[in-house]
Design a protein around this ligand. Sequence first.
Ligand SMILES: [Cu+2]
Length: 188
Amino acid sequence: MRNISRFSMLFTVMSASALAGCAYESETAPVSAAAAQPPAVAVATLMDAAGNNVGEAKLVQQGDGVAVSISVSGISAGPHGTHIHMTGTCDAPDFKTAGGHWNPMMTQHGLENPQGHHSGDLPNMDVQADGTGSLSFIVAGATLRDGDNPLFDEDGAAIVVHAGPDDMVSDPSGNSGGRIACGVIRSE
Ligand SMILES: [Cu+2]
């Protein structure tokens, strides 16, 4: 008799805590975690001034930085300044709506500038005679998630390819000429 009553008390306590656990998890954990954690992979489709698709960019979170890889085709041969710009809007034909370089640290432009560089500065992309080119670079201190220096802030960000080479020192733009291709960075 004593054993049975102890068992039923234990059962009652376990049932109550199991119910409490269920209620806690279903009301707080799964929904908010999914909403607060943006994906760690992003892409951009690069379009030229005439609206042709001229390339792709892929961005992948890698520790404290973001690995950016870009490939293009149908672009003039030679080195092209390429950057992450501060606004995720690409209105042809001049793509000025992408704004200036993404620069959350408020530094000067240029990977070779002692006062630099912008977080959005990338190396020049070398395009071959057949019009194809590619570029890979790790943007240190950037994130595709919430946190310091998020690429997905209120107005997003864009990848921009310029007509000419970036001199890697001239503030604020590197003298790389007009904007010939642009792609809004979007989560995948
Ligand atoms: Cu640029």
